[in-house]
Design a protein around this ligand. Structure first.
Ligand code: DQA
Length: 154
Protein backbone atom coordinates (compact mmCIF):
# COMPACT_ATOMS: atom_id res chain seq x y z
CA UNK A 1 0.00 0.00 0.00
CA UNK A 2 1.19 3.52 -0.74
CA UNK A 3 0.01 6.55 1.23
CA UNK A 4 0.71 10.21 0.55
CA UNK A 5 0.81 12.38 3.68
CA UNK A 6 0.41 16.11 3.02
CA UNK A 7 1.09 18.95 5.42
CA UNK A 8 -0.14 22.41 4.53
CA UNK A 9 0.98 25.94 5.42
CA UNK A 10 2.93 26.77 8.57
CA UNK A 11 3.34 23.12 9.55
CA UNK A 12 7.04 23.37 8.66
CA UNK A 13 7.26 25.46 11.85
CA UNK A 14 5.89 22.72 14.12
CA UNK A 15 7.80 22.68 17.38
CA UNK A 16 8.40 26.42 17.24
CA UNK A 17 4.93 27.53 16.20
CA UNK A 18 2.44 28.29 19.03
CA UNK A 19 3.69 25.35 21.12
CA UNK A 20 0.80 25.82 23.55
CA UNK A 21 -1.57 24.88 20.74
CA UNK A 22 0.51 22.59 18.50
CA UNK A 23 3.07 21.10 20.90
CA UNK A 24 6.85 21.00 20.81
CA UNK A 25 7.43 18.13 18.40
CA UNK A 26 8.76 19.09 15.00
CA UNK A 27 7.53 17.85 11.64
CA UNK A 28 10.59 15.65 10.99
CA UNK A 29 9.90 13.70 14.17
CA UNK A 30 6.24 13.21 13.24
CA UNK A 31 7.28 12.05 9.76
CA UNK A 32 9.67 9.51 11.32
CA UNK A 33 6.85 8.11 13.44
CA UNK A 34 4.60 7.84 10.38
CA UNK A 35 7.20 5.83 8.51
CA UNK A 36 7.44 3.43 11.47
CA UNK A 37 3.66 3.14 11.87
CA UNK A 38 3.38 2.70 8.11
CA UNK A 39 5.91 -0.13 8.17
CA UNK A 40 3.86 -1.93 10.86
CA UNK A 41 0.76 -1.52 8.70
CA UNK A 42 2.48 -2.57 5.50
CA UNK A 43 2.23 0.92 3.99
CA UNK A 44 4.91 3.03 2.33
CA UNK A 45 4.70 6.69 3.33
CA UNK A 46 5.53 9.66 1.15
CA UNK A 47 5.30 12.74 3.41
CA UNK A 48 5.50 16.30 2.06
CA UNK A 49 4.90 19.83 3.33
CA UNK A 50 4.15 23.00 1.38
CA UNK A 51 3.05 26.51 2.24
CA UNK A 52 1.54 26.89 -1.22
CA UNK A 53 -1.99 25.93 -2.17
CA UNK A 54 -1.11 25.21 -5.82
CA UNK A 55 1.79 22.95 -4.87
CA UNK A 56 -0.49 20.90 -2.62
CA UNK A 57 -2.99 20.66 -5.49
CA UNK A 58 -0.28 19.49 -7.91
CA UNK A 59 0.74 16.77 -5.45
CA UNK A 60 -2.88 15.63 -5.07
CA UNK A 61 -3.24 15.44 -8.86
CA UNK A 62 0.04 13.54 -9.19
CA UNK A 63 -1.04 11.02 -6.56
CA UNK A 64 -4.03 10.08 -8.68
CA UNK A 65 -2.74 10.72 -12.18
CA UNK A 66 1.05 10.28 -12.13
CA UNK A 67 2.90 12.28 -14.79
CA UNK A 68 5.58 9.63 -14.98
CA UNK A 69 3.95 6.82 -17.00
CA UNK A 70 5.72 4.20 -14.87
CA UNK A 71 4.18 5.70 -11.71
CA UNK A 72 1.05 4.28 -10.12
CA UNK A 73 -1.80 5.82 -8.20
CA UNK A 74 -1.34 6.03 -4.46
CA UNK A 75 -3.90 4.13 -2.36
CA UNK A 76 -4.95 7.13 -0.29
CA UNK A 77 -4.01 10.46 1.22
CA UNK A 78 -3.74 11.75 4.80
CA UNK A 79 -3.85 15.55 4.75
CA UNK A 80 -3.53 18.32 7.29
CA UNK A 81 -4.45 21.29 5.11
CA UNK A 82 -3.65 23.83 7.87
CA UNK A 83 -5.58 27.06 7.40
CA UNK A 84 -6.51 26.04 3.85
CA UNK A 85 -8.96 23.70 5.58
CA UNK A 86 -11.20 26.67 6.17
CA UNK A 87 -10.78 28.46 2.85
CA UNK A 88 -9.71 26.24 -0.01
CA UNK A 89 -12.40 25.26 -2.45
CA UNK A 90 -9.51 24.52 -4.84
CA UNK A 91 -8.03 21.80 -2.59
CA UNK A 92 -11.48 20.36 -2.05
CA UNK A 93 -12.07 20.24 -5.81
CA UNK A 94 -8.67 18.59 -6.34
CA UNK A 95 -9.58 15.84 -3.87
CA UNK A 96 -12.99 15.39 -5.47
CA UNK A 97 -11.29 15.12 -8.88
CA UNK A 98 -9.06 12.22 -7.79
CA UNK A 99 -11.57 9.78 -6.33
CA UNK A 100 -8.89 8.75 -3.82
CA UNK A 101 -9.81 8.06 -0.19
CA UNK A 102 -8.62 10.99 1.94
CA UNK A 103 -8.48 11.36 5.73
CA UNK A 104 -8.32 14.92 7.08
CA UNK A 105 -6.26 15.40 10.24
CA UNK A 106 -5.62 18.26 12.64
CA UNK A 107 -3.30 18.45 15.60
CA UNK A 108 -5.64 20.74 17.52
CA UNK A 109 -9.33 20.21 18.23
CA UNK A 110 -10.57 22.70 15.67
CA UNK A 111 -14.07 22.58 17.21
CA UNK A 112 -12.80 23.88 20.55
CA UNK A 113 -11.15 27.00 19.09
CA UNK A 114 -12.26 30.08 17.16
CA UNK A 115 -15.59 29.69 15.33
CA UNK A 116 -13.93 30.12 11.90
CA UNK A 117 -11.99 26.88 12.49
CA UNK A 118 -15.19 24.88 12.84
CA UNK A 119 -15.94 25.07 9.17
CA UNK A 120 -13.96 22.83 6.81
CA UNK A 121 -14.13 23.06 3.04
CA UNK A 122 -12.33 19.71 2.88
CA UNK A 123 -14.38 17.39 5.11
CA UNK A 124 -17.23 16.79 2.62
CA UNK A 125 -14.80 15.09 0.20
CA UNK A 126 -13.02 13.04 2.89
CA UNK A 127 -13.70 9.62 4.35
CA UNK A 128 -13.41 11.13 7.84
CA UNK A 129 -11.59 13.53 10.13
CA UNK A 130 -9.28 13.13 13.13
CA UNK A 131 -8.63 16.22 15.23
CA UNK A 132 -7.35 17.09 18.67
CA UNK A 133 -4.78 14.40 19.44
CA UNK A 134 -1.70 16.50 18.77
CA UNK A 135 0.98 14.80 16.67
CA UNK A 136 -0.81 11.50 17.31
CA UNK A 137 -3.66 12.64 15.04
CA UNK A 138 -1.49 11.71 12.06
CA UNK A 139 -0.81 8.13 13.16
CA UNK A 140 -4.50 7.70 13.98
CA UNK A 141 -5.42 9.10 10.57
CA UNK A 142 -2.96 6.77 8.86
CA UNK A 143 -4.39 3.73 10.66
CA UNK A 144 -7.92 4.81 9.80
CA UNK A 145 -7.04 5.25 6.14
CA UNK A 146 -5.23 1.92 5.82
CA UNK A 147 -8.13 0.15 7.54
CA UNK A 148 -10.57 1.81 5.18
CA UNK A 149 -8.58 0.90 2.05
CA UNK A 150 -8.12 -2.71 3.16
CA UNK A 151 -11.82 -3.12 3.95
CA UNK A 152 -12.71 -1.76 0.55
CA UNK A 153 -10.43 -4.01 -1.47
CA UNK A 154 -11.04 -7.26 0.39
C1 DQA B 1 -4.54 22.91 12.03
C2 DQA B 1 -5.77 23.74 12.44
C3 DQA B 1 -5.97 24.91 11.51
O1 DQA B 1 -7.10 25.68 11.93
C4 DQA B 1 -4.76 25.82 11.52
O2 DQA B 1 -4.93 26.88 10.59
C5 DQA B 1 -3.49 25.08 11.28
C6 DQA B 1 -3.30 23.77 11.89
C7 DQA B 1 -4.22 21.80 13.04
O3 DQA B 1 -3.47 20.89 12.68
O4 DQA B 1 -4.68 21.85 14.18
O5 DQA B 1 -2.60 25.58 10.60
O6 DQA B 1 -4.81 22.29 10.76
Amino acid sequence: LRVLVLHGPNLNLLGKREPGVYGTRDLASIEQELITVGRDLGATIDSRQSNHEGVLIDWIHDAAYPKDPSGSRVDGIVINPGAYTHTSIAIRDAIAATNLPVVEVHLSNVHAREPFRRRSMITPVCVGVIAGFGPHSYALGLRALVGYVRARVS
